[in-house]
Write a protein that binds this ligand. Structure first.
Ligand code: NAP
Ligand code: MG
Length: 484
């Protein structure tokens, strides 16, 4: 089967050009509207995970730098941003949105080079959504009184924001846009492996004329994030990342009066009933876990298939997996790009090893992978037990754990049997089944007959160990305001 598919699906390479992107050798910190060197004088490498080549140097911010950034944000809040009308704040946010649209191609290429995701994803999903979030929240800036009628509220002040590596610019947009719309100033830290596009965003923000100190970017590792969390003059922390670090942050700010929202990990159930449109569902499964290398907090990493259609679904899924093209993220034909970092590849390989040692039946794509870079073939584990590590822990890679069920009650119990509760998917022809499931699933988002759909007007967030607070939509404004 693999051979036949190779002939059918081997497409000539169609790589996106990189001539239009400008990358400096070194990126400094963005504090008070200026690019400044880190106090400690240290830098770390930004690596292209598809080639293992160094892209540039990124500044390593320490406590002193974070303090400088917080002071700049406080000053900008007190002297400029808190005094500005919502209408004027909105103008700046619209300007940022428009600039992102104008430079969408450049940002897409950079996001794929730095993070490893296929250009098709960054070009068609990430960057359009980044612009859409800024446009959406720009619209709210002068309408907060309508968002929360008859309530008295004000901004918190300085927001500290910490984001992960899987959607670097999109996570930055989810954080920056609502914070600015509600009148807060910002100190934001990207993940160590994906700092480049945020630094480009800082250049764009400077170009937009946003007053100095309203947005500050400090790059670095976990300690830089901890310095933001622990800084006494931060009013609100917004964190997206692992449940493990989320718990550390929660402990560290306990009793400090700082406000907190946590968007954490997930282990989503994707449920296929026998009456589902099977071909469509198979596409949804592939989109849910294999596109974007499974580097998605809401990835449909647990698949539940009703027994009567199990053989059909698995056969189609195996066939579809063989057609997935793994390779150069800048090639427009690529479906599965590079794993974000060497460390993440090791984590995924550990799960693959343990999953095989547990004795699970597995199926791995026979695709070829490039010699250099960090790659993982799409992999299915079949008939996985509820107790298996593959069904319990977040792998954050293109690895799918498949289970079966007979009745709706059984699948609800199995799907809810997890510490997480970020998202879920259901595939069926029956509206009643969808509503039954959506009311009983303990998950923040439940997609029906589709998967991984996002829109700035729609709130997103978790239950249980997937965190608390919502981002997106009207709900996403609330955590950035204090109400009397
Ligand atoms: P992570 O290790 O928790 O890191 C997230 C961010 O926190 C990074 O910027 C990291 O810096 C920083 N950090 C690390 N230790 C810290 C500390 N002690 N104090 C403050 N900040 C600290 O998560 P990740 O591996 O980057 O991202 C993957 C995780 O994010 C997955 O669990 C995924 O499910 C979750 N995620 C959730 C959502 C959602 O909306 N719920 C969205 C996307 C991702 P360094 O990277 O530089 O160490
Ligand atoms: Mg990188």
């Amino acid at each position: 089967m693999a051979k036949k598919n190779k002939q059918t699906w081997d497409l000539a390479p169609a790589p996106e050009s990189t001539g239009h992107v400008q990358i400096k050798d070194r990126y400094d910190l963005f504090i008070n509207g200026k690019f400044v060197k880190p106090a400690g004088g240290k830098y770390f490498d930004s690596i292209n995970p598809a080639t293992e080549e160094k892209i540039c140097d990124i500044a390593l911010a320490g406590k002193k730098d974070v303090d400088k950034a917080v002071k700049a944000a406080r000053k900008a809040y007190d002297e400029v941003w808190s005094k500005m009308s919502g209408k004027d704040r909105g103008k700046y946010i619209y300007r940022i949105a428009r600039l992102i649209q104008e430079r969408a191609r450049e940002f897409s290429v950079l996001e794929s080079m730095d993070g490893g995701k296929p250009i098709r994803e960054s070009r068609d999903v990430d960057i359009p959504l980044v612009a859409a979030h800024f446009f959406y929240y720009a619209g709210w800036a002068d309408k907060l009184d309508y968002a929360f009628p008859n309530r008295k509220f004000s901004a918190h002040g300085v927001a500290g924001q910490i984001i992960p590596w899987n959607f670097p610019l999109l996570m930055a947009a989810w954080k920056i846009a609502p914070a600015l719309a509600t009148g807060n100033t910002i100190v934001i830290k990207p993940a160590e492996t994906t700092s480049l596009t945020i630094m480009k965003l800082a250049e764009l923000i400077k170009e937009s004329g946003l007053p100095d100190g309203v947005v500050n970017v400090v790059t670095g590792a976990g300690e830089t994030g901890a310095a933001i969390v622990e800084h006494p003059d931060i009013d609100k922390i917004a964190f997206t990342g692992s449940t493990e670090v989320g718990k550390i942050i929660q402990k560290s700010i306990a009793g400090s009066g700082k406000k907190l929202t946590l968007e954490l990990g997930g282990k989503a159930a994707n449920i296929i009933f026998e009456d589902a449109p099977i071909n469509q569902a198979v596409e949804g499964i592939v989109n849910g876990i294999f596109f974007n290398q499974g580097h998605v907090c809401c990835a449909g990493s647990r698949l539940f298939v009703q027994e009567s259609v199990y053989d059909e679904v698995i056969e189609k899924l195996k066939h579809r997996i063989e057609t997935l093209i793994v390779g150069d993220p800048l090639d427009k034909n690529t479906d599965v790009g590079a794993i974000n970092s060497e460390g993440q590849l090791k984590t995924i390989e550990h799960y693959l090893k343990v999953g095989k040692e547990e004795g699970n039946e597995f199926y791995e794509s026979s695709c070829s992978i490039p010699k250099k870079g960090y790659w993982c073939r799409p992999t299915l584990f079949l008939d996985v037990a509820q107790s298996s590590i593959l069904a319990r822990e977040e792998i954050f890679g293109p690895v799918l754990a498949v289970q079966t069920f007979r009745t709706i009650d059984e699948v609800i119990t199995k799907a809810n049997n997890t510490e997480y509760g970020l998202s879920a998917g259901v595939w069926t022809d029956k509206g009643s089944k969808i509503f039954n499931l959506t009311t009983q699933m303990r998950a923040g988002v439940v997609w029906a007959n589709t998967y991984n759909r996002f829109d700035p007007t729609s709130p997103f967030g978790g239950y249980k160990e997937s965190g608390f607070g919502r981002e997106g939509g009207l709900h996403g404004l609330e955590p950035y305001l204090k109400f009397e």
